[in-house]
Design a protein around this ligand. Sequence first.
Ligand code: GLP
Length: 269
Amino acid sequence: MEIIIKEDYDQICEEAVTIIHQTWKKKNDLVLGLPTGRTPLGVYNRLIELNQNQEIDFSRVVAFSLDEYLGLNKDHPQSFAYYMEKNFYRHINIKKENIFRLEGTPKDVDRHCQEYEEKIKSQGGLDVLILGIGRNGHIGFNEPSSSLSSRTRVKTLAEETVEVNSRFFENKDEVPRFCLTMGIGTIMESKMIILLASGEDKSEAVQKSMEGPVTASVPASILQLHPQAKIIIDQKAASRLIRRDYYQWVYRNKERVSDFLERKKTISD
Ligand code: GLP
């Protein structure tokens, strides 16, 4: 797990986009897992810009949605399908057939979830999954107490998540109570995970997830077990980290480590 602390929201988006861009350069048919929410918007905007400047081409890229509200169809303005279309897909040259979504109104929910898992596998698995984090430490819609090996399935939203997300609806009663989400087991199979967090209101969840015990009570804590998890956060989200100085020290020395290893290799060659 690599914890990257940047000054502010713009910088965390910049860092995430640089990583995605570099990964795409090595594999043009990148398989992405993508979240909704406020946090990834800056990443989507920068990727759109890169696409319009022809610095990144999405024609071979495949995208999977991380989660969806159950009961909202794709034309509902608060559905995640609508969000992804409005904020990202319609602005880039991704092919329609390469966009995979969890349906808000599937005929057979269990079957739909099962097929979603199979589709991810048939694409060779996720290469990069971007995540936000809930104030209670949820990832996707895997609320506290979700099994750490869960697969894509139906979940009941925690009351606090309903509360937080009610800002997007007329009132709290309009917020769906159920959702579909990639499971924690599904998330953990992504080759790389980038978790983004910005702002003071995420600092407690960030501290517990990154420095506390691995526990189903804080779903994001499972990322401590992922070999390629990059936690990109701003100063405010990092404000409660106990070992904040150490993470910054490691990051500052990152390039020196590669130089050092490179020099050692040249000498022994
Ligand atoms: C939602 C989503 C998550 C998202 C989280 C944080 O409930 N299901 O995928 O990461 O909330 O959202 P935001 O980035 O708006 O804080």
